[in-house]
Design a protein around this ligand. Sequence first.
Ligand code: NAG
Ligand code: NAG
Ligand code: NAG
Length: 464
Amino acid sequence: MQWFYIFGIISAVNAGREAYERLGYFWHITDLHYDGHVIFHGDARKGCWRPDYDGIKGKGARRPMGRFGDYSCDSTWELIESAAQLMTTRHYDNVEFVLWTGDGMFHSARRLPETRQMELLQNLTDLLGKTFKSQFVFPALGHDDPFSREELAKMWSRWLPTDSLKTFKTGGYYIFERKMLKLQIVVLNTNLMKRSDTDPEANQQWVWLKNVLDKFRRNGETVYLVGHVPPGSNERQRGAASIPSHFSYVDHHNRKYLEIVKNFSSIIAGQFFGHLHSDTFRVIYNNNGKPISWAMVSPSVTPRRTNDGPNNPGLRLYKFDKDTGQVYDYTQFYLDLSVANANENRLAEWSVEYNFSTYYSINEISAGSLHALADKFTQDNPYGNSVFNKYYRANSVRFNTNPSTGCDATCAHTHFCTITRVDYDQFQQCMQTAPSALSASRSFVSRPLAILILSVSVVINSLV
Ligand SMILES: *[C@@H]1O[C@H](CO)[C@@H](O)[C@H](O)[C@H]1NC(C)=O
Ligand SMILES: *[C@@H]1O[C@H](CO)[C@@H](O)[C@H](O)[C@H]1NC(C)=O
Ligand SMILES: *[C@@H]1O[C@H](CO)[C@@H](O)[C@H](O)[C@H]1NC(C)=O
């Protein structure tokens, strides 16, 4: 009896140690959108989108851009360097790799000559190479990256082996095979998901993906699916009328993606995307409505205002099982841009925005736990310290801190539908269903009060 007990302790300790030894970290960085105007034209504000946006429109009020950037502009070099600096300070020796999910260039860089575009990417690549001397960086193509896959393949040959470069050159996608480890990395070219149903390159990617997943499943391996644009819709859209313009992939490719995820959910240990510049996630269900897979969407490094508003710069560090890929937790880092710019002479101080597990009181990242989290968005009192409030604050990396001034019941319902209905038909059905639970709990804030809050903030804004 006693021996049995001791044996139990020893094996528990061993299991604990094994799990500890398998614990690792990886960074996910995305949408750097490096603005080279200051280098190319000596004027940082030229590349900014609607530079008078923050001023009073029509009066041409322009503010000088802060050292670390501006909510109307893409990333300055100082901002990107400060992000790289942060990444050298956390769990550096235990960082296994870096996912870099595209959009390296600023938003209007397409107009530049190809050599200039390559220069932007080369400098980002060099910086990441210097930052991660012994780790691999896995880049995924975004739409704001240079077109020439040949040139990019040359640049990224420091990280990608010959086999990966081969498919990257032909289609912009690749796998990175990790020897002796279960977890394999599959990087998609989501630019192809915008193409027509019959596009040969797009269909070639599906054939390839199914083949590699079949192979990994046969070998008892697991995968991360990594790409720039997530499937499904943009959660920050407003109202039902604007729905189709917020779909990311064309319907055919969105369906195809979902079908593949459903068929291979047993080996998919995670899906990682960027593009939306927001902090959000997606849950994918099987045909019986059971949650079977999840996708995380990380916020951008660029703070630049999109149609859905600006965000603070963000970077994410995942904690995972190096072998199986099981994700345990992540830490979301951020830079409060206004604070950083106010201290012009100091280094930008990135800080922990939140740790997933403590923030949401969830001790594992799984389809089931994320489904339960999204479900709370519809049940909670949305104001005060609710789960939706927390999610909403994180969604813009703390640019918007309070849903009561920016996110009404319809907005909250849109978040819920986007997260839980990646399929477009199901999403539209969800949007047409009244957010009854939400509107019931929200009715205590009357419209006049909301308008009052809004007008007070307008007055305050025009004073500063
Ligand atoms: C890229 O790096 C080179 C070498 O440091 C520098 O001369 C050049 O100005 C940089 N270009 C951009 C766009 O950052
Ligand atoms: C998914 O599985 C179903 C049923 O086994 C099969 O008919 C379908 O072709 C598969 N699709 C893909 C893309 O693997
Ligand atoms: C959050 O994660 C970071 C990075 O792993 C760690 O340093 C910190 O102690 C964690 N904080 C909490 C409250 O768990």
